[in-house]
Write a protein that binds this ligand. Structure first.
Ligand code: PHE
Length: 336
């Protein structure tokens, strides 16, 4: 019996397995029902009782070894297979990775940012859920100003709302930094407006703020002229119209001249050729006071523009909602 076990062990050890077919042969020869291991088990049945313990242990050991060899080779064959599959065929065409595109709003926003960065403006950001102070009160909105009304503002909870403009970020900057301050705040803002081709309940703004000694309206104009020249091209005609914002005095809106060459121009400019692109003005004294900036020493200007409107102009996009549908056919056109 001992000899039988030893011989079978040797035979199994020397059995060469180099392929899946060999492995199967091994299994049939040793481990299958009609294999040699079972023959040994059969023989074991007839051994004398007093030998059963010793031989039983030997046979169990044999069984473990034969099965171990089988499982080791099974694993290595699987590994080899994946290695083969991984082997490179250098003649195959490569996997082409499709590059994503930047969203048109991001492209325009980045372009505007880089123009102002060149002029020394630093980006600042703030929360989209804002308290009444930063969004309204500090900005000199009277207690019952219509902009605070439910019609325009999404209130979140008592005292908190989704910011309606990024001027709120500028209040935070003024509260935390000493002049001179030269900052731009790009970001998403929310207004409770009916969704249409020209308006949405959220959109993007970029607002600018400059506070220093002896800042005048001429500084504001120069900065904005420069921006228009860089973004829309030199020779673009602009004009300032008096306007009103609670946080600036005097206030103005800036228009650029599109012309009246096409139906489109006529519609967009309501027949005048002029299109409003931003609001601006000199920071109201009350706002400076609210942010603990001495208005006897410092003055400043602020401006704010909607990124969607500028992107629509730049790319001839007629419906603002297209920016938020994420239709690949639109986005794909903005490869840079
Ligand atoms: N905050 C204004 C708006 O949301 C824009 C603005 C900014 C106007 C700064 C003047 C000065 O419409």
């Amino acid at each position: 019996m001992k000899e039988l076990v030893e011989n079978l062990k040797k035979e199994a050890i020397f059995f060469k397995i180099a392929s899946a077919a060999d492995l199967e042969k091994y299994r049939l020869q040793f481990l299958a029902k009609k294999g040699k291991l079972n023959e040994v088990f059969e023989a074991f049945k007839t051994t004398k009782l007093e030998n059963k313990k010793e031989f039983g242990a030997l046979i169990n050991e044999l069984k473990n070894e034969l099965e171990e060899k089988y499982s080791v080779f099974t694993k290595s064959l699987i590994n080899n297979k994946t290695e083969n599959e991984l082997a490179f065929d250098l003649t195959l065409p490569g996997d082409s990775r499709k590059l994503g595109t930047r969203h048109p709003l991001s492209i325009v926003q980045n372009e505007i940012i880089s123009i102002f960065e060149k002029m020394g403006f630093i980006i600042s950001e703030g929360p989209e859920i804002e308290d009444d102070w930063h969004n309204f009160s500090a900005l000199n909105f009277p207690e019952n100003h219509p902009a605070r009304d439910m019609q325009d503002t999404f209130f979140v909870d008592r005292g908190y709302a989704l910011r309606t403009h990024t001027s709120s970020v500028q209040v935070r900057v003024m509260e935390n930094q000493k002049p001179p301050i030269r900052t731009i705040s790009p970001g998403r803002v929310y207004r409770n407006e009916a969704i249409s081709a020209r308006a949405n309940c959220f959109f993007h703004q970029l607002e600018g703020l400059y506070i220093s000694k002896d800042v005048s309206f001429a500084d504001l104009k120069l900065t904005l002229f420069k921006f228009v020249e860089e973004f829309f091209g030199s020779g673009t005609k602009v004009r300032f119209r008096p306007s009103y914002f609670p946080f600036t005095e005097p206030s103005a809106e800036m228009d650029i001249y599109l012309g009246v060459d096409s139906e489109e121009d006529l519609r967009l400019t309501k027949g005048t050729g002029w299109l409003e692109i931003l609001g601006c003005g000199m920071v109201d004294e009350n706002v400076l006071k609210n942010c603990s900036i001495d208005s006897q020493i410092y003055s400043g200007y602020a401006f704010g523009m909607g990124i969607e409107r500028i992107a629509m102009l730049k790319y001839g996009i007629k419906d603002l909602r297209q920016f938020f549908e994420n239709d690949i056919r639109l986005l794909d056109q903005f490869k840079i």
